[in-house]
Every structure is written in C-alpha cells, then in structure tokens.
Design a protein. Structure first.
Length: 273
C-alpha cells in the first residue's frame, strides 16, 4: 500500500476508535457544530486568502523614469460596480519628474489641492481633468511631486464593457470602435475604464476597484522606444527630454515615433537610458 494511502487508513482507524473530530484529506480539522463559536478549522492548516498577484508597494517605490519603464507590460485591472473586471496591458507611459520638470503639474515643488496625490506615497493615483471634460490618470513614484502618466493600454478583458463606457462619452451616432481605438490615449483609457476624479488619491496597493497585476512577458531594451512626451511643445528643453516610453511595434500605442524607430533600427541602439 502506498505510504499516503496507508497514512489515511491509519487516520481513519484513529477517528473510528477515538473522540477525535473527523479529519479530511485536505488537511482541514472539521469540528462538529455544537453551538460552540470556536473556529471550524485549525489555524495550522488555514492560510489567509490574499490576492498575491497584485503589485505591491515595493514595486511602485521606484524613481519616476524607472517606474515609467517598469509599467510597460504590466496589467491594469478595473473592477466595475456590477462586478465585471476590465483588464488592459500598459503599452505607453510618460514620466513627470516633479519640481525641476517644467512640464509637470508640480513644477517648482508647488503643492496644491489639485496635485496633492503627486506628493503622496508611491502607487497613489493622481487623476486630473483636461479641457474641463476629459480625465487622465497618473501614478505617483519616488521623488517629491513625481508621477507617471498612463497613456495607452492594450485591452485584454472586458472589451464589450469598454465599448459601452466609451460610447456613453461620445456624442451622436458613431461607428463602433475597433479594439485598438478603445484605450489608445490617456483620456480614452480613462473613459474605457470608467476612471474619473473620484479615483484621485486612491492607493493601487489597497483599492478594491482598481489595481495592477504583473504581466507575463519579459521585456528587453529592444522592445521599448524612448522618445519625447506629447503635447508639451512650449516647455523649452523639457519638451525634448526622452521621457515617453512605449512598446515597439504595438498597435495600441497612441502615437508612433517613426523617426526614432528608424534610427533605432539603423543603429541597433536599443538603449533606454
């Protein structure tokens, strides 16, 4: 008789000849219900249920540029009030470095009610509105007032719900959105996931409606394009800083920098520095 079967037979014999409570093969100690409010299973066999795949505080506690690169390939999860989960792979980010960065909302180290989340612990969401209509979502990093803008996602799960949310924000009858159009821009991303100002200052390591989980792909330098940020042309030298990062060849990126990609291909220079 195999050792495991022999052990179970011995346990069964012990239970039939003693007052020990029944023991199942999964290692749980089953205590009969007799009105006693004591635990129904032994603490030695119970493990606390926890979402171990959620990215935790140590991941977000990185310098801004490092975090912006590390986000590529990770998965943003949004749980809607009706229980549906929307998943998207992060394919494009921008780094905003805080006080010295002329394009940052926290330039000069100025802290306001609007940008307070940028000064909070790494992993805090900073959500702001543009043009009085659209929302953008950032994640705080190491560094006073530093944060990473999430620019584009590759939709993975819940695409029908994303279409519903995007359609609700569009005026008049329009053609159905293609998959690559759902989250290919910072405001589209927020629309598709139902992210608004109510998400400002939420913590990705603890929130039950939005969090991140690790992606499955290991990325190399050759997978990442490093180029200038979008829409900050009047910020002097900061407009030329290589602080936007995206996955090379990914069709869900908002804006492709063909010139930079050609230079990378010609020189073989895939450095992310």
């Amino acid at each position: 008789m195999p050792r495991k079967r022999k052990l179970l037979a011995q346990l069964s014999a012990l239970q039939s000849n003693s007052s020990l409570p029944p023991f199942d093969a999964l290692g749980n100690l089953n205590v009969p219900s007799d009105g006693d409010s004591s635990p129904k299973s032994s603490k030695y066999f119970v493990t606390e249920k926890k979402n171990s795949s959620r990215l935790e505080a140590d991941f977000f506690n990185q310098p801004c540029v490092s975090l912006a690169k590390s986000f590529l390939g990770q998965i943003l999860v949004r749980k809607l009030p009706d229980g549906r989960e929307l998943w998207g792979r992060i394919v494009e980010t921008e780094a905003y470095l805080g006080g010295e960065d002329e394009a940052s909302h926290s330039k000069g180290g100025k802290q306001t009610q609007r940008n307070a989340a940028m000064f909070m612990s790494p992993g805090t969401l900073y959500v702001y509105q543009i043009y009085g209509i659209y929302f953008c979502v950032n994640v705080s990093s190491q560094g006073e007032g530093a944060a990473v803008l999430l620019r584009s996602l590759e939709p993975l799960r819940g695409l029908d719900a994303m279409r519903e949310l995007r359609s609700a924000s569009r005026k008049g009858p329009r053609k159905p959105l293609k998959d690559w159009q759902l989250c290919n821009g910072p405001s589209k991303l927020c629309q598709a996931l139902g992210i608004d100002k109510a998400f400002d200052q939420r913590d990705l390591t603890e929130d039950t409606a939005i969090w991140m989980v690790p992606g499955h792909d290991l990325l190399g330098e050759q997978d990442v394009v490093v180029t200038t940020r979008i829409g900050i042309g009047n910020r002097g030298e900061w407009a030329q800083k290589p602080l936007r990062f995206y996955l090379r060849g990914n069709k869900f990126v908002s804006i492709i920098d063909k010139k930079t990609e050609r230079e990378m291909a010609a020189t073989g220079d895939f450095s992310c520095s």
